[in-house]
Design a protein around this ligand. Sequence first.
Ligand code: TYD
Ligand code: MG
Length: 459
Amino acid sequence: MPRPTTVFTCASCGHEEPKWHGRCPGCGEWNTLAEEARAPAAPARRGGGTAVRAASARPVRLADVQAVKIARLQTAIGELDRVLGGGLVPGSLVLLGGSPGIGKSTLTSMALGNLAGAGRRTLYISGEESAAQIKLRAERLPGAALEVPVLAETDLDTVLATLDAERPEVCVVDSVQTLHAGDLTGAAGSVGQVREVADRITRLAKARDIAVLLVGHVTKEGALAGPRVLEHLVDCVLQFEGERERTYRTLRALKNRFGSTSEAGVFEMRQGGLVEVQDASARFVGEATRAPGSVVLAAMEGSRPLLVEVQALVSPSELVPPRRVANGIDRNRLALVLAVLGRHAGVGVGSADVFVNVAGGVRVDEPGADLAVALAVASAARGVVAGSGERPIACFGEIGLTGELRTVAHPERRLAEAAKFGLTPTVAPTGAGRGAAEAGTLRAALRAALGAAPAARAA
Ligand code: TYD
Ligand code: MG
């Protein structure tokens, strides 16, 4: 058998080179070439490249394709099963991404424990922790977490051989960045290694019908390290998010071949592992403050409405440029909202530091958050409490560059959720429906939430 050859592929443009270069000759990026193993190409036959070599296969009309409905593997963690689209599909490959310490090992240990408790064959492969460390964690967890067989191993060949021998129905690989393919030279975690590890595990898992949960670390920038290359390979990409020091975490599907990507689950990290939070809105509204700089956002977490508190602090700055700190929302979105506030709504914060925070460590990644950010900042800048009465004010809506307020998805569900907690009227874009204080522009929304603006511009 001819030996596999190696090539060096650019992670940025896909250019291939037979030798390693510091700088990609294709796109000019530095340090992007990573080594990969390649099966040798079959020798070309004489007679030209267009000769047909294999026998033809018969295409089947879609209506005639036999599709059996496969029973899913329930992890018995309701929020996880829901985000997966109703449980794990046997033989599927799921990538679970998240920053270190967020709770990926805890979540996967709990899921395997439940499956083992339900009589499923499971296997937990860890290249990060020793068996003793994994046991220490499992002792804290509910259910049958201690029943799960573990393998602490970083060598890919040993892992594959063990998978082949054990034939679990569900297996966790924690993490894809710690396994090492001996026939590639790159360090574990490099693009080439990660791709090779995932590729070979996938092939075995599909052949043996093993559902695999691949854990992957996310870099500071938010990209799965190495791993944009993995997204096309796996069936499902889940992202576990939140602030490590805070208790709340959200689980989202970024890609799902077997379900919707609009589902999200909310968890709380406790002493005994992760606990599903079903009444998240009640908690966040209960914890919301009645002070300048605080409003409640009627957000959508997938198909579920969720009320979260958005807080802002505006304070005079010595710095040029002043600070813009965003926790739980996109920084660029904050910049846009601040620009529109200054230009179209008379709330200039040009020379002040601005901090915006979504309480509880939740991340909201939707345009509907714009209005909450704007109202929180304006309320903080003016020192005026938003809304009147005992309860905090709720709002949602996207802000356009010309200062208009734009409709977002599911206004009726957001309004209903806010009404459930007595947060009426909710400031929302025109046409939102019953229970809304409708506003067509950001200026009108500010008037509805904060009352008449002071005559002079602040900055
Ligand atoms: P872990 O699952 O190890 O995170 P990851 O695999 O994503 O790096 O857990 C992260 C943190 O959770 C860790 O600092 C300890 C904490 N934790 C709890 O608070 N309660 C628990 O029951 C467990 C198991 C962990
Ligand atoms: Mg871990």
